[in-house]
Design a protein around this ligand. Structure first.
Ligand code: PLP
Length: 399
């Protein structure tokens, strides 16, 4: 009749989507301002002016048959090389335009890479808490997910646990920095150590272990830090980038894959990526948004508002008494639930019209994720609800 697994995926939306839909219905019922929706990571900053200016210019000046026609499946040649030049200049890497593949965002980039890499039964390591779709994407590519928990004190990579988890079936590890849902940003030292661990394990198991670096939040870093470019630290790296958050273009679906120039069999790997894109029916990334890229490289939607929100929320919640992982990047805050069961805590929060995503959906227990790409005004108004929620638990025996 139809595929049962696909039916189940479609029938059971993610908790994040469920909360988001619940919020929309509740707002219609009690008013927009009465619901504090921290559920979804939809950029709340406008795209920088150069985006619309470039699009208007393209629409006015480029032949519309070319502008709206198919590009080559891997993406326009000049656009790919402009991206390569930008990355090489910015990060001192040696990326080739011939190993770049334009995609409809990071989600497509990851699915394409997984289909390109995995044979049935290959394992992919994901670090909990993790972006929930990773599990869906790996399993759909017939891979097996192996979950490794991050360190529980700071949500950095737990290298002991990771080292133990890598085995003969490990084909890849997915990392996500700045991280959704914790806001942790991996340092140069961390990526360098990760590279060394993977290199050692490649020698032990005598096959490549690919590092898939999912980077939709690459430029959303608030403190004095830069996320290193992984190909500089580990040869078998693949970068999955997206303009969804950096240019506030989440609905337009544009991003790219970079295969490291020194990755094992990089040319054949790139061909496998082309094959996976083809098999998945992607055809090509949206041409108008491909042609927009060269004029917008190095320009980003302002992160000042997110930083101000981060500070406001962090200070406000800390003052109330909440335990929070200090987020250095992305626009998420991971807050300890006030009872062991984060789903029950999230349900309790709903009674105060606070929509917080329970960490169970990220493969981790006991926390909620707050998405703070929202209005400053909503954060200020929500503080009273956070206080009431806290007061309801304080002194209770739920812990
Ligand atoms: N990876 C992570 C960690 C995300 O948070 C998201 C979106 O929120 C994606 C990938 C998908 O991004 P895109 O819109 O580029 O497909």
């Amino acid at each position: 009749m139809y595929n049962q697994k696909m039916y189940e995926l479609g029938d059971k939306p993610s908790i994040i989507r469920e909360l988001f839909e619940y919020g929309k219905a509740k707002k219609a019922l009690i008013g927009e301002d009465s619901v504090f929706d921290f559920s979804i990571g939809n950029p709340s900053n406008p795209s920088p002016k150069v985006v619309n200016d470039t699009l208007i210019n393209l629409l006015n000046s480029v032949d519309s048959v070319k502008l709206h026609g198919y590009t080559s499946a891997v993406g326009d040649y000049d656009v790919r090389w402009e991206i390569a030049r930008y990355l090489n200049k910015t990060y001192g890497c040696k990326v080739s335009g011939d190993l770049i593949y334009l995609t409809v965002g990071a989600a497509a980039a990851i699915t394409i890479c997984l289909h390109a890499l995995l044979n049935e039964g290959d394992e992919v390591i994901i670090l909990a808490p993790f972006f929930p779709e990773y599990k869906v994407f790996v399993e759909n590519a017939l891979g097996v997910v192996r979950i490794v928990n991050c360190r529980c004190d700071n949500f950095e990579i737990d290298f002991d646990a990771l080292t133990k988890a890598i085995n003969a079936k490990t084909k890849a590890i997915i990392i996500d920095s700045p991280n959704n849902p914790t806001g942790v940003v991996y340092s140069k030292e961390c990526i360098s150590k990760l590279g060394m661990v993977l290199k050692d394990k490649e020698k032990v198991f005598n096959h490549p272990i690919y590092l898939l670096s999912d980077e939709p939040y690459r430029e959303l870093i608030y403190d004095d830090m830069m996320y290193p470019f992984v190909t500089n630290y580990y040869d078998d790296s693949i970068v999955c980038y997206s303009f969804s958050k950096s240019l506030s273009l989440a609905g337009e679906r544009i991003g790219y894959i970079v295969v490291g120039s020194n990755a094992f069999c990089h040319q054949n790997l790139y061909k496998a990526i082309c094959g996976a894109g083809r098999a998945l029916g992607y055809v090509c990334a949206p041409s108008l948004f491909q042609y927009m890229i060269p004029s917008c490289l190095g320009t980003f939607a302002s992160i000042d508002v997110y930083k101000a929100n981060r500070d406001l929320l962090y200070q406000g919640l800390q003052a109330i008494g909440y335990e929070i992982i200090y987020p250095k990047g992305a626009f998420y805050m991971f807050v300890k639930a006030l009872e062991k069961d984060a789903i029950a805590f999230s349900n309790k929060a709903k009674q105060y019209e606070l929509l917080l995503v329970p960490s169970d959906s990220f493969g981790y227990q006991g926390y909620v994720r707050i998405s703070y790409c929202v209005s400053k005004d909503m954060i200020i108004r929500s503080m009273d609800a956070f206080k009431k929620l806290y007061d309801e638990y304080r002194g209770s025996n739920n812990e």
